[in-house]
Design a protein around this ligand. Sequence first.
Ligand code: 5AD
Ligand code: SF4
Length: 479
Amino acid sequence: MQIPNYQEAKKRNKQEMLVKTENYILKEDLRNLGKGKTYFVKTYGCQMNEHDGENIKAILEEMSFVECETMEEADLILLNTCAIRENAHNKVFGYLGRVKHLKAERPDVITGICGCMAQEEVVVKEIMQKHKYLDFVFGTHNIHELPMILNNTIETKLQQIQVYSKEGDIIENIPVKRESKYKAWVNIMYGCDKFCTYCIVPYTRGKQRSRNHKDILAEVNCLKQQGYQEVTLLGQNVNAYGKDLNEDYTMENLLEDVALTGIPRVRFVTSHPWDFTDQMIDVIARYDNIMPYIHLPLQSGSSRILKLMGRRYTKESYLELAFKIKEKIKNCSLTTDIIVGFPGETEEDFNETLDIVKQLKYDSAFTFIFSPRIGTPAAAMKDDISLPVKEERLQILNNLVNQYALEANQMYLNQTVKVLLEDVSEKNESMLMGYTDTMKLVNVKADKMYLGKIVDVKITDVKTWSMDGEMLHKEVSIG
Ligand code: 5AD
Ligand code: SF4
């Protein structure tokens, strides 16, 4: 048994920075462990976690498990969790009620939990005391050990807890079952060293470890050969890519090399304003296949609150960067993340945030009420803003964000844009859906034979969160 420990997670001395790259291998005798059994994986949280879910599914399938549609019919249930805010926790604990019920009805079903919540000391203690029906727990650093953990669960019938507080090596060649045939997530780095004072991620995902760029480029080339149209380079803080390696190769080099593979669309998330260099902006502006879409988390518009958040930029330097991006990258759409109600946030501080939103007119924004995460510095700060005040600020902010989102979309009316048609539309089965270069969701009148293609679409109607359009019959790229 190995349980997480925050004190350990916080220790990051130089010597421990040595990260090896190893290859994933499934032991032959585990290939049939899941024969005749079904699995159901439920994933919460960010794209990084989504991608982990894709790895987990493929590992299970290599062990002969077969995916099924609902938890009720599964022989193996696994919750891949998120810890970013209290409500992410609540969702998982709510779902666990159903898992417990099922386990009581069918004691043979194997149940487990993984992901960011599994990295939290308090959560694992609670599981050990109150959720004994869960058969196994593993963390974000040892997905590759899932076969071994499952084997131990089945053989010993004892609760298996294997969570490491210290990040391990980088494991290459973990199999992946991608959700889409047309667009793919590609991890470029793991973990985060920024330690924003509100954020749990540096604890749940460990220190920053960049993948070797040759491995990344090989993955992108392989995706291109398989006909993928789009890759999204993933990391908690992609702009800091490479800074932990002893090589003179950073994010602008990687972006350029990925663009040069010729894959039709390149995206990346998430950027921290601190590491966004002029060279990066130049590369994005120079390559047509690097999409003009930047997600640039603001968090707060008040320099005083930004300092308390440990963000290492000011209102002025953020604005300077954002305007530079807008000026140099043609038709660039800009989105952001904002937290309201951080401890000590005054009306004046909040107005500074509104001021930035008014100046930059974001294409859209994810907005949150501050949620104290146990073990982070901000959770220990005096939080004297009442919940109604926080809710009111969120409402005011959302109204403003929505107004600008609609205005930004209105500029697209009657314009022709390129859309990667990726699926049937959720709102209307006779339409397809996809995203523009600038990451706008479009429901498109088009034949299903165009799925997986980047096509020209004329925008016929716009709303706050989506647009409607009609395909023009001039194909842009053949998949
Ligand atoms: N409370 C509220 N929002 C948070 N985020 C991260 N941590 C917290 C927290 N403790 C938000 C930030 C981040 C996004 C992914 O989630 O805005 O950019
Ligand atoms: Fe949630 Fe952060 Fe973990 Fe992603 S990295 S799953 S957002 S806690």
